[in-house]
Design a protein around this ligand. Structure first.
Ligand code: SAM
Length: 348
């Protein structure tokens, strides 16, 4: 089963016939090789088409359908179990990501103020947060590029929750087959750092949100305690800086500045991290305004990438630093948090 949908209940999210038409068009397009001429594309997509011209250098009217990165999709297809259990293990990372889950759900709770809302879970994975949202009474559409993730999610939703699952889709976060302004909230948790074109995902989230709606996303920080204090990480950081400099042929000072302006140093999508000051440039959609940036998780302190303290101590230290960062004079501490939960509001 590729998808599940319950859209008859909520035609405002998606009208079934159009949806099927667009999904067929998407499938035939992908089968066609992910790329076709503007004429062919228009023919496939009819009046519903949204053509995103990514590659102006390609010229000659070539357009791209925007499937998720095949490498990312393949990685997540193979790691469903790992991601499904990530919130329950006993390591620091398990505790840290459970904290992220809690902060995201808490942000939704504050925004909804007790009202049931229509929420889109973009990059839903195996649906841990999707289920949290449905338990809170929200109606949810979940979308992920990994078919195995979506299948796991569909199987995990029991009879009680099923009426609240409006849809479960296999698709790309940059090009979603759902109605414009159909959602009150879009969450996109642990997804942005895997995108080669995050700007397209933000544009799509903005399209899908109603005016006044909110988007909650998370990103990892480049400047964490772990990176700053570990000599091995610092050395790797400087090495990357120099590689970047050689590639660009710039002076070290200029290179340092331009490197700071880039979202991340690494070309490896599994290591992409961001500076706090990159956030507005990353979002880059004028009608999406940053309302809140919540830093969370500190450490664990490492040397040569090996944790110095036992997990329980690292967790206690992280909790203490989170508490301190809530004090106004120490709010700068969040610059060194492991990750941020960011809340955006779509202007009315
Ligand atoms: C780290 S997992 C997080 C899953 C879930 N949001 C959570 O917090 O538990 C990232 C998920 O994003 C999905 N993903 C990554 N890039 C995507 C894209 N361009 N379109 C749709 N899904 C994507 C992956 O398949 C994966 O399931």
């Amino acid at each position: 089963m590729r998808t599940y949908n319950n859209y008859a209940r909520e035609p405002a999210v998606c009208d079934g016939a159009k949806h099927e038409f667009r999904k067929d068009a998407a499938r035939s397009h992908v089968a066609f090789g992910g790329r076709c001429t503007q004429g062919e594309h228009a023919h496939r997509m009819g009046s519903e088409r949204r053509l995103l011209e990514l590659d102006s250098a390609a010229g000659s009217g070539a357009v791209h359908w925007l499937p998720a990165d095949p490498e990312v999709r393949e990685y997540f297809e193979k790691t469903v179990e790992y991601w499904d259990q990530i919130y329950t293990g006993s390591g620091f990372i398990n505790w840290h990501l459970a904290h992220r889950r809690h902060l995201v759900i808490d942000a939704v709770r504050r925004l909804s103020n007790g009202r049931p809302l229509r929420v889109l879970d973009l990059g839903c994975g195996s649906g841990v947060l999707t289920r949290d949202l449905m338990r809170m009474g929200h109606s949810v559409v979940a979308l992920d590029c990994s078919e195995n993730m979506v299948r796991t999610l569909i199987h995990s939703v029991d009879g009680n929750l099923r009426p609240r699952l409006l849809g479960a889709e296999v698709g790309s976060a940059a090009d979603v087959c759902l109605r414009t302004e159909a959602f009150d909230i879009v969450i996109c948790v642990g997804v942005i750092q895997y995108q080669r074109h995050p700007e397209l995902v933000f544009r799509e989230m903005c399209r899908l949100l109603r005016p006044g709606g909110a988007c909650i996303f998370t990103i990892p920080n480049q400047l964490t305690l772990h990176h700053v204090l570990d000599p091995w990480c610092s050395a790797r950081y400087i090495y990357r800086l120099l590689v970047h400099q050689r590639r660009k042929g710039e002076s070290l000072l200029r290179c340092f500045r331009s490197a700071l302006d880039r979202a991340a140093y690494s070309d490896d999508i599994y290591e992409r991290r961001y500076f706090k000051r990159d956030i507005p440039g990353l979002v880059n959609v004028p009608s999406l305004l940053v309302k809140e940036t919540i830093g969370f998780g500190y450490g664990p302190v490492t040397v040569g990438n090996k944790a110095v303290f036992p997990v329980r101590f690292s967790i206690a230290l992280s909790k203490a630093l989170v508490k301190l960062s809530h004090l106004k004079p120490l709010s700068w501490l969040s610059t060194f948090a492991n990750r941020w939960v960011i809340v955006l509001e779509k202007s009315s």
